[in-house]
Design a protein around this ligand. Sequence first.
Ligand code: GUN
Ligand code: ZN
Length: 649
Amino acid sequence: MFELKERDGLARICELKTRHGRVTTPALLPVVNPNQLTISPSEMKDSLGVEILITNSYIIWNDPKLRNRVEGSDLHSLLGFDGPIMTDSGTFQSHMYGDVEVEHQEIVRFQRDIGSDIGTILDIFSEPHFTEDEARAAVEETLRRAKDSVGQKGEMLLAGPVQGGVFPNLRQMCAQELSKMDFDVHPIGGVVPLLQDYRFSDIVNIVMASKKSLDPSRPVHLFGAGHPMIFPLAVLMGCDMFDSASYAKYAREERIMYPNGTKFLNDLHDLACSCPACSRTSVDELKAMDKVERTKILAEHNLRISLQELKKVKNAIHEGALWELVEMRARAHPAMLEALKTLSRHVEFMERAEPTSRRGAFFYCGPESYDRPAVARYRDRFFSRYRRPNTKVLVGFEDADKPYSRHYANEIRAISKKVDASFIVVSFFGPAPIELDEMYPIAQSVIPRNLDPDVVRRVRNVMERHAHSHGFPLAVMWEGEDTLSFLEDVAPGKEPVDVDLLRCRAVLDMQFGKGAADVLDGKVVEFVKSRKTGKIRNIIVDGLHAFSMRAHDGRFTLKMEGARMLMDALPPPRMRVVIEDEPAEFAAKGANVFAKFVRDCDDEIRPGDDVIIVNTKGVLAAAGRALMNREEMLAFNRGIAVRVKQTAD
Ligand code: GUN
Ligand code: ZN
């Protein structure tokens, strides 16, 4: 039903299967009011490329004429659209106008019977001003109706909205209970007033609370979010679907949407857009135009600019650059910036979905970049996984051009000749041992030299933590020749260090966990290097090709021999994905591992990790690249969990 295709953290490109075709998410569902077709559904499909619509079943149910027409045919003929159609239930009407007439099970049956592809239960709109008791009551009634409604869905997919006002505990409870029921989509409801008031920070807390407890294999819809400004952030948090009535509503109010905000037609000198709608006209022509015609053109622009922003978001997911897009968009409005800062409180949860490396480099966009999960991940792993070389002295260098080992090659050579030393760089990400200077994200990052004071302070705090814990008898910052003469006296050196071996050990521990480097103990380790770049390509351990080092992120690809060695060094469940016995036989022949065959997996595995695939008896089947973390592998019933890269043959 819902299959993961590509991802960047919680952001994902998925395919949602409906009875009227497949939809690629993140998707925007334009709201179609059957009484007021500003842009016709067929035009949306044919000229704007809209894949899926949403309409309100309660409006149809409540209008004898429309109801008569739909009962004589079906929803798709009524709207003149043969793609997937989602329906809402009347909850929003109750939020706007007070109670609705319809009984909750009846409106679900009605949606099913008119042929809706995705129906919605009649949930209770939990208003932001609700007290905790009021919000709890709304959640409890929503859950009661949810239980009542799932049995009525038939062939229709059914959406169970998460309610709970502004209370994260209630959102989590609601999400957890709904996940136990047979729903296909989980909208996050009750957020429209927050969106209207630019309370994006509250939305962040609500969405994150919901995501933490929802079944990760189900699509999440952010109800009523139709402004392109919110798309990058919402997708970054794992929202898959949006609906918009705003494109038409704003158009009626002569408001024009842009990814950075909204402008009144009257305030514009130029439309500053070259979409087909804007290309046909000008500000002056629009102002002079008849209202119906003007509304249609503005609605078309608003919808096009929204669809385009989602396309940009999808590209960013593909490139691994969504954080950069979100941080740039956060500059559009202080409330967005505040929301981004609020998101940093959820970094621990986001880290679980954070890829181990990305296609593109880490671009610093401002002090908030320091709060990305990639930074927290590096820091945590450095302190929990990295084992220092056994030398008398640690020499620290200031940040410099990358790779550090090349920049400081002369200094390192001079010091190593005379002093028993290890080397570390004070990097943006934290202490960067010279032997980790090619591993993501250290080398694959673009960071300005003059950092914001806030970041400088935080980097310094991390270095202080390191100063207290590194365990070297002596640590000094490099200050030129004087440092060398001082070190010669206090820590005269032994034989020169084998940087390749150090690099290999450090990457093994950082990538596979503390202890992984023990696979090299007492072994003959040889390196095959690139003739062009001099970088390590293959690691041969006792004559066996165990690991290859990837040029683009300095991480290892696990070979079968390496997987065998790691299995000896790391006790189960570490780095293992346990799958059913029969699929394990197929994996051993090179077939990818589908999520539905995964029995269990190491909780430390992250998307992008090179993992060991074993059967239920713990026997090695293959090595591959994980596309999901543990909770995702266990939740998804469709799609690939591990791409198999190496087999015995
Ligand atoms: N449309 C906007 N918000 C909501 C909501 O909370 N529930 C439903 N069913 N529809 C909505
Ligand atoms: Zn335009």
